[in-house]
Design a protein around this ligand. Structure first.
Ligand code: ATP
Length: 456
């Protein structure tokens, strides 16, 4: 298995110095586990989100998009089980920083013979220490005291403090799809099986270390819920596993850095659950999840809202609550994976090293950099830039030696540099430099857009 050679520090430094990602609220010394995407990063992440939407929504006639509100009726979070789990007794492993429910640790260790639910926090702590219950993740034994952990951010609705209602920032986007199941089905006249997809922000009160974009308190999810008859559900589950893998490989993640990982423990309503893991600089970690969620979500919303979530099969007249297959991938986590994959340090013939981001041209922030060889060629260069910008995102750089400008573009992964020289004025030609091979060719200005379009 090929080991990843780049460290997270190198990725973070490149991101800060080249404008991919900045620490959140940096002038106030930052705000833990928040990051702001800069001018280059926002282009990259938007390209990734567009590629996902194209693949899973636009190219799939049975999938429909929504963009649901982040603030939802608090009853949604009662139905989802988030409110009930607010007071869960959690403890952190001080060694690997993973967080666990203390009652689950006790029940797993006692193989269900101890009813941890009825135990106080002191009793749970005493049991864990007497039985030397180790961290299931790293095998260490160094626990924080039990704390009640609040997984959702709370805010309030109402202008006066007194009487204001508690509302939550959504910790997952999927509830926006479940609550719109009836609306989407009615307005699209879709027949089960069909899917609802969305890309949107989620907020989680994560306290464990972030590892840059890997785990943040605010992040974007790209996800869909497939509503289907239970008899078809495992076939859709397998299908989404394949499609999810093909998607990330298609964006440029190498197959040897990707693997499936089945969950050992399933939620009581689930038939199957699997992650795709990527070999990040911090090791193999979840990139996305594919979950068989049974009829749990729609049944709970039926129970809590009082609205029937039943679907009537138009051919058999059979009534049933659809089973859900969920596919969910973090846009920020995928961006991080693609940054790690693209990063390369190449030794050049002259002994220097160049850092180059080998993004696939489809996701590269800019497709072309227009570079006038000298300042007095600016006017012509801006004319070329203006024309090319009609076709794809371009950038422009006139500062510094041409060699330095090429390096800057290599570091942000621009696949083509178009250099404007005196021949451009005289013969209307430019040179195009390829990022990966560093080869240059001369072509007519009018052919540049076509040349690039054929290669992106
Ligand atoms: P993890 O086990 O890493 O906490 P999860 O199993 O809770 O993730 P899901 O709720 O299934 O994750 O969310 C789907 C996807 O959203 C994840 O596969 C990941 O890509 C992304 N994601 C989840 N939590 C975060 C976070 N705190 N920061 C960035 N991305 C996240």
């Amino acid at each position: 298995m090929e080991e990843k050679k780049v460290s997270m520090d190198k990725i973070v430094n490149l991101c800060k110095s080249r404008g991919f990602v900045f620490p959140g609220s940096e002038i106030y010394d930052g705000f833990a586990n928040t990051w702001d995407f800069g001018p280059i990063g926002v282009e990259l992440k938007n390209n990734i989100k567009r590629a996902w939407w194209k693949e899973f929504v636009q190219k799939d006639k049975d999938t429909f998009g929504v963009d649901a509100a982040i603030l939802m009726n608090p009853k949604v979070w009662e139905a989802s089980g988030h409110v009930a789990s607010f007071g869960d007794p959690k403890m952190d492993c001080k060694i690997c920083k993973q967080r666990f429910r203390a009652d689950t640790l006790v029940e797993a260790h006692s193989k269900g013979s101890v009813s941890a639910e009825a135990m106080t926090n002191e009793e749970l702590e005493a049991y864990i220490s007497e039985h030397n219950i180790k961290c299931p993740h790293c095998g260490g034994f160094s626990w924080t005291p039990i704390r009640k952990f609040n997984p959702m951010f709370i805010t309030s609705r109402g202008t006066l403090e007194e009487g204001a209602d508690k509302v939550y920032l959504r910790p997952e986007t999927c509830q926006g799809e479940y609550v719109n199941f009836l609306n989407v089905q009615r307005t699209t006249r879709a027949k089960v099986p069909f899917a609802i997809a969305q890309i949107g922000k989620s907020f989680r009160n994560e306290i464990t270390p972030g590892n840059f974009l890997f785990r943040t308190i605010e992040f974007e999810q790209m996800e869909l819920q497939k509503f289907c008859a239970d008899k078809d559900s495992m076939a859709f589950y397998e299908d989404y596993k394949k499609r999810a893998m093909a998607f990330v490989e298609g964006l440029g993640l190498k197959p040897e850095h990707l693997r499936f990982h089945d969950h050992d423990k399933l939620a009581h309503y689930a038939k199957a659950a699997c992650d795709i893991q990527y070999l990040f600089p911090i090791g193999w970690q979840e990139l996305n999840g594919i979950h068989h969620r049974g009829t749990w979500d729609l049944s709970r919303h039926q129970e809590f809202s009082g609205k029937s979530m039943q679907y009537t099969d138009p051919f058999t007249n059979e009534k049933f609550i659809p089973t859900v297959i969920e596919y969910s991938i973090g846009a920020d986590r995928l961006t991080l994976a693609l940054l790690c994959e693209a990063y390369d340090e190449e030794k050049l013939d002259n002994g220097e090293t160049r850092v180059v981001m080998h993004f696939k041209p489809e996701i590269a922030p800019y497709k072309v950099a227009v570079l006038p060889l000298q300042k007095n060629l600016n006017e012509k260069a801006l004319e070329v830039l203006d024309k090319l910008s009609d076709y794809f995102p371009c950038t422009y750089d006139e500062a510094g030696s041409i060699g330095k400008r090429y390096r800057r573009q290599d570091e942000i992964g621009t696949p083509f540099c178009v250099t404007i020289d005196f021949d451009t004025l005289e013969k209307n030609t430019v040179t195009i430099r390829d990022r990966d091979t560093m080869q240059q060719i001369t072509i007519d200005v009018k052919d540049v857009a076509k040349y690039v379009l054929e290669r992106i």
